[in-house]
Design a protein around this ligand. Structure first.
Ligand SMILES: [Zn+2]
Length: 282
């Protein structure tokens, strides 16, 4: 990276750290804890837990004190101190749903500018640690492509394929990397499969384990992530069901991408759907 650009990146990181340091102690501790994350999954989990913890740290007041109806609960955002835009002039956010939406930046509420900066800092921090691909590899450490010290290409290619996979309902993609010495293709092999999802809710479906159905794979998007595509095949694997295989090249290296429609045989439950909302499994 160009020196000037690197300096600007460092300045931005410092400014974001200052935002955290200006916050009260318990909140600060929650936000700083992202430095322990070593993977994207870990970071997603951190985000979920951090927001839950911030919600607990919010000072909750009765509606009467917040220009709202008595009996309802409201709280200012513990990070930015802001309130929801309210036509009747209520203070704070409806608690917990409104504040949760604000922190997550979901729905028709103002997203929390402080949490957005912290999240950007957390992602930048993870990118710098370069440990992501190692955790996803089957057993061998990730081989380095063109003496590239980081395995960023595995991560970015995986992110593209994951983004190109559309599922019916909620769900996520699990991916695995295996280096050329470790698979029968003799290529860099990246495999994708729907992740297992456990349902947590009152009723007959509680505890059921399912997975999302792949209903579309944007092949143009996948192909654009490779330098060259030599073959594209659709087949049925005896134990893994329908499967799409793409053989191609990236930076002169042979790469095989396989997208399965059924979870990996030894997949573990990674996601939980609780009352219609998805979260990583603790
Ligand atoms: Zn906020």
């Amino acid at each position: 990276m160009d020196k000037e650009l690197q300096r600007l990146h460092d300045d931005l990181d410092r400014a974001r750290w200052t935002i955290i340091e200006l916050l009260p102690e318990p909140v600060q501790g929650v936000l700083e804890s992202f430095i322990l994350c070593r993977s994207k999954d870990g970071l997603r989990e951190w985000r979920y837990t951090a927001i839950a913890r911030i919600l607990e740290l919010a000072e909750v007041s009765d509606g009467r004190e917040m220009h709202d109806l008595p009996g309802c609960q409201r709280a200012y955002c513990p990070l930015c101190g802001r309130s929801a835009q309210s036509v009747v002039g209520s203070l704070g956010f409806a608690y917990p749903e409104g504040l949760d939406r604000h922190l997550n930046g979901r729905g028709n509420t103002i997203p929390c500018a402080v949490f957005q900066e912290v999240w950007a800092l957390a992602r930048a921090h993870l990118r710098n640690t370069n440990n992501v691909a190692k955790e996803h590899s089957l057993s061998e450490p990730v081989s380095e492509m063109h003496e590239n010290p980081s395995a960023d290409w595995v991560e970015s290619l995986s992110a593209t394929v994951a983004a190109a996979s559309e599922f019916t309902g909620l769900g996520s993609v699990e991916w695995r990397y295996s280096p050329p010495c470790n698979n029968s293709w003799g290529c860099h092999l990246l495999e994708f499969a729907p992740a297992l999802l456990e349902i947590v809710e009152r009723g007959p479906e509680d505890g059921e384990v399912c997975y999302p159905i792949l209903h579309n794979l944007d092949l143009v998007m996948v192909q654009s992530a490779l330098d060259d595509v030599a073959a594209l095949a659709f087949g049925i694997e005896t134990d893994a069901g329908p499967c799409i295989t793409l053989e191609g090249q990236l930076d002169g290296e042979e790469i095989v991408l396989r997208v399965y429609t059924q979870p990996f045989e030894d997949a573990e439950i990674t996601d939980v759907m609780e009352n219609g909302a998805m979260r990583p499994r603790e």
